[in-house]
Design a protein around this ligand. Structure first.
Ligand SMILES: [Zn+2]
Length: 219
């Protein structure tokens, strides 16, 4: 990923290339066909998505470029890199005002990103904003004009970085990863597809167990 993300100063990564890499990595970690795309992005691809990782690097690169130019007393002019960083930050909910980028009570200046200690916090916040973006997409209407069936009539709880961190800490095992990304079809869902069979929980043999049952039963 480092190789592909390197040197994006005047052009962003093409969507086609990003998609190809995504497919290759999905094949490497298992295709997880039942998984919820947004949850897979949120939990598995946070450090692997080319376009998102490039944005984090571009913000840091922008700060370093400005710092270097200023130290040579060269006037800093806006260029494509500025534009790409701005577009990316706005996409993930950052608002720019008076030279600060802010979101959810946290704000920073591009010039702060030069400092390693400050940058660690800023990069974390930018990654959290990307996570939140994917999380909110659980409620979006898809091309076919329908919502995810699990979300119909539901209210999405507010994004909580602490809860997400707990899920990520919990998903050390394969089964927990599959559960967290919705990649296992429940006995209830299987039953709908094959009404003539009795489908049971693979762990305790409860017939027609709902997906939520797996969380209590398997973990
Ligand atoms: Zn069970």
């Amino acid at each position: 990923m480092g190789v592909y993300a390197y040197g994006r100063i005047s052009v962003g990564p093409q969507a086609g290339l990003s998609k190809e890499l995504h497919q290759t990595m999905l094949q490497a970690i298992g295709r997880l066909p039942y998984g919820v795309p947004q949850l897979k992005k949120l939990l598995l691809f946070m450090h692997l998505d080319l376009i998102e990782m490039v944005l984090v690097r571009q913000v840091r690169l922008l700060a370093r470029r400005n710092f270097a130019l200023t130290s040579f007393t060269i006037t800093v002019n806006s260029c494509t890199l500025d534009h790409m960083a701005q577009l990316g930050l706005r996409k993930y909910g950052w608002i720019s005002a008076n030279g600060f980028w802010s979101r959810s009570g946290f704000s920073f200046r591009i010039s702060h990103c030069v400092d390693d200690v400050q940058w660690a916090r800023i990069a974390h916040e930018i990654r959290d904003s990307i996570r939140q973006w994917h999380y909110c997409r659980l409620m979006t209407v898809r091309k076919k004009g329908t919502m995810r069936h699990e979300m119909v009539g539901q209210v999405l709880p507010p994004f909580c970085a602490d809860r997400l961190a707990l899920v990520r800490r919990m998903r050390k095992s394969t089964i927990a990863t599959l559960l967290a990304t919705g990649s296992i079809s429940s006995a209830a869902a299987r039953l709908k597809g094959q009404p003539t069979h009795t489908v049971v929980c693979p762990c305790c043999s409860e017939p027609g167990a709902h997906w939520g049952h797996y969380w209590r039963c398997w973990l």
